[in-house]
Ligand binder design. Structure first.
Ligand code: ZN
Ligand code: ZN
Length: 683
């Protein structure tokens, strides 16, 4: 008989109660290990019945029962250990698995590499890396399966170096080995290395499967490497995976992340088996490419095609509503969230909190936040950001203190929200304290976004030199945005010398950036250096740089009306124009003086004034005043920052019309009421 030898080795007398020793692997572990007793049994006339019985019990999840009946046959069929160990994973039976390990150890089966591999897998699945490593080190016979499991375990625990070393030591590998390593490298952001490994795998003759393609395409997407992605696409087609739904979605994601929306869309549309994942991929891609109307259109199409949205769908759709600032639509989707039973999903609530905040309804954000019982750090951060966006810095800070009281540690996003809130309220010292706290108390690494917030904080409060020193000495390399942040601070504090220097830095990184040209031109214009203004404009023309036109939106009776600066295309333009003229003269009687110094062109004052009056936000407000019932607040959204003249003008309008006007610009919210703005003229 096959297992006679090990029975003889242990010389177990029949019907002896035997206490299982704790294997050496647990000697130092804190896990409570209960010794178990069992009865040996050498009769196995009906062994195949027992095997069948155990397999059935395991498949139904009755792991304890299976274990009990197995104890009677333990010495006759050690291979059943594998079935039991495997069943411990889906049933979360950690302590039972450890008891099995003891039995395996005692029964002398630990030299069986199949059983050991199942044990390795068991430990790695439950995150017990130390036990997995000890077991692996003691395995007398390993195969590539053992190594594959260990590589995944190392990667799961974030130990990329050990995973790499083990991979390099392996003499025999299969596709799963390569997949594990490529996936791991992508997961840790080592995308270039992942691409190199993928190509090495192909050189060595391993044919990739859907998982290999999925991972390598994710790597291309992170790098936004369109050219490499296209090459992988060709290879996908060659290997016959073009219509595989997993690979198809990864391909579409890669194209859309790299900015090629139409290619991504085409792949999804050609997929023979369209599913919810494909719809979600498409909507997320559209949102990434700032095609927010497209997200909402596809959401309707998806529902018409009979698919039910899940939490991922909701997050894409809700964030599109917040970008478009369509409060009505956002509320409608909130109702659908409740109907779909997703109103307790924290990620969905977080996006609802930011949506309401960005649509100007801070009260609804607070309500959604308070209604959620299990708040995570993302939700807290969203609420802190919402307060910051509305200029309520004190409340943002109080919320952070509440969060600390609940023993929740803030992450990078939380601190970004706090820094943002401080910079928009001019709380320089408080903001700098938070920056230190993040690095010193929380041990978080400051990213470029954090530095940008601090530069904004310093710049706005006039510490221009300090801000410039920070950019030049920070450990991460500067991008155009951080320099632009300093550039606008130079404009506010009228430091021309630094502005010129900083503008050069911006244009060195991004020669096509229209905002920098406009800013430089603005600085020259306010000093009436028209010669320099026209030079800048010529440079823009030569480099084919187009200034982003000012656009404002206002929602009236469920319809969004769009206004471009100086645009005469609105069907009610004549009426709007007349209304604006009357309004302007009323404002002038109250003391309003148009700030013509901010106009970039060298033209006469009358022209300049006409130019100012027809800024997109003024057109939108005039139209709203003509159509929205009296007393209702007006909500206007603008793609760029509100200019200083419009800011003054809207203050007058709010006083004259005794009305609340809420303007969201590219940087924050302004609540105008009784002639003052919530930003305290600080934006
Ligand atoms: Zn304006
Ligand atoms: Zn304001």
């Amino acid at each position: 008989m096959l297992h006679f030898s090990f029975m003889a080795r242990f010389l177990l007398p029949r019907t002896t109660f035997y206490c299982v020793p704790v294997p050496a692997i647990f000697e130092n572990s804190k896990s409570s290990f209960s010794s178990i007793s069992f009865k040996t049994h050498s009769q196995n006339d009906s062994f195949s019945d027992t095997k069948q019985q155990i397999t059935t019990l395991c498949s139904k999840g009755h792991i304890k029962k299976a274990f009990e009946s197995f104890l009677c046959d333990i010495w006759t069929e050690p291979r059943l250990f594998s079935i039991l160990i495997q069943s411990c994973i889906p049933t979360n039976s950690v302590s039972l698995g450890k008891q099995l390990h003891s039995l395996i150890f005692t029964s002398g089966c630990s030299s069986d590499k199949f059983i050991s591999n199942h044990l390795l897998n068991f430990y790695s699945k439950f995150g017990e890396l130390n036990n997995a490593v000890k077991l692996f080190d003691r395995m007398p016979r390993r195969n590539y399966m053992s190594c594959n499991i260990m590589i995944k375990a190392y990667l799961e625990m974030g130990n990329i170096e050990n995973a790499k070393n083990l991979f390099d030591e392996m003499t025999e590998r299969n596709v799963a080995t390569w997949n594990a390593m490529v996936t791991g490298l992508v997961k840790f952001g080592l995308n270039e290395e992942a691409l190199l490994l993928f190509s090495r795998m192909n050189v060595l003759g391993f044919v990739p499967d859907e998982y290999s393609f999925g991972s390598v395409l994710r790597g291309c997407a992170h790098l936004r490497a369109l050219f490499v992605g296209e090459q992988v696409h060709a290879y996908v087609a060659k290997c016959g995976f073009e219509f595989n739904s997993v690979v198809g979605c990864s391909l579409a994601h890669m194209y859309m992340k790299a900015g090629s929306l139409c290619n991504g869309e085409r792949i999804i549309k050609w997929m023979p088996n369209c599913n919810l994942v494909a719809w979600n991929t498409l909507m997320a891609g559209k949102a990434q490419n700032r095609c927010f109307e497209g997200v909402l259109d596809h959401y309707c199409m998806m529902k018409m095609a009979g698919y039910r949205p899940d939490k991922i769908t909701f997050v894409s759709v809700i964030s599109s509503c917040s970008e478009l600032a369509t409060l009505c639509q956002g509320k409608q989707i909130h109702a659908e969230v409740i109907k779909a039973g997703a109103s307790s999903v924290v990620s969905v609530i977080s996006s609802l909190v930011s949506m309401y905040s960005k649509c100007g309804s801070l009260q609804d954000s607070i309500k959604a936040f308070l209604e959620c019982e299990e708040r995570d750090v993302v939700l807290w951060s969203s609420m802190i950001a919402a307060y910051g966006f509305h200029g309520q810095c004190e409340k943002a800070i109080k919320l952070f203190n509440d969060m600390e009281k609940e023993n929740l540690a803030g992450n990078e996003v939380t601190f970004l929200s706090l820094l943002y809130a401080c910079s928009h309220c001019g709380l320089k010292d408080k903001g700098l304290d938070f920056f230190d706290m993040m690095v010193e108390k929380y041990g978080l690494k400051a990213r470029l976004e954090h530095y940008t917030c601090v530069v904004d904080l310093l710049g706005r409060s006039g510490c221009l030199e300090e801000a410039e020193t920070m950019i030049r000495s920070m450990p991460v390399s500067a991008d155009a945005i951080i320099w632009k942040t300093l550039l606008s601070a130079c404009k506010i504090h009228k430091n021309e010398e630094m502005a010129r220097r900083v503008a050069e830095e911006v244009l060195r990184i991004d020669p096509q950036d229209p905002a920098s040209y406009v800013l430089i031109a603005g600085i020259h214009a306010s000093a009436k250096r028209w010669q320099n203004v026209s030079e800048v404009r010529r440079a823009m023309k030569d480099k084919m740089v187009k200034k982003e036109p000012g656009v404002s939106w206002v929602e009236v009776k469920n319809q969004v009306h769009q206004f471009h600066t100086g645009d005469k295309s609105h069907p009610k333009f004549v009426e709007i124009n007349q209304y604006l003229e009357e309004l302007t003269s009323e404002m002038k009687m109250q003391g309003y003086v148009p700030d013509i110094s901010s106009v970039l062109h060298d033209m006469d004052n009358e022209e300049k004034e006409y130019n100012l009056t027809h800024h997109s936000e003024k057109l939108a407000i005039a139209f709203a005043l003509m159509t929205i019932p009296k007393g209702e607040p007006i909500r206007v959204m603008k793609n760029l920052r509100v200019c200083s003249d419009c800011h003054v003008a809207i203050k007058y309008i709010s006083e004259i019309k005794n009305l609340e006007i809420i303007v969201r610009d590219s940087s924050r919210f302004h609540h105008f009421k009784n002639g003052v703005c919530s930003c305290g003229d600080y934006w």
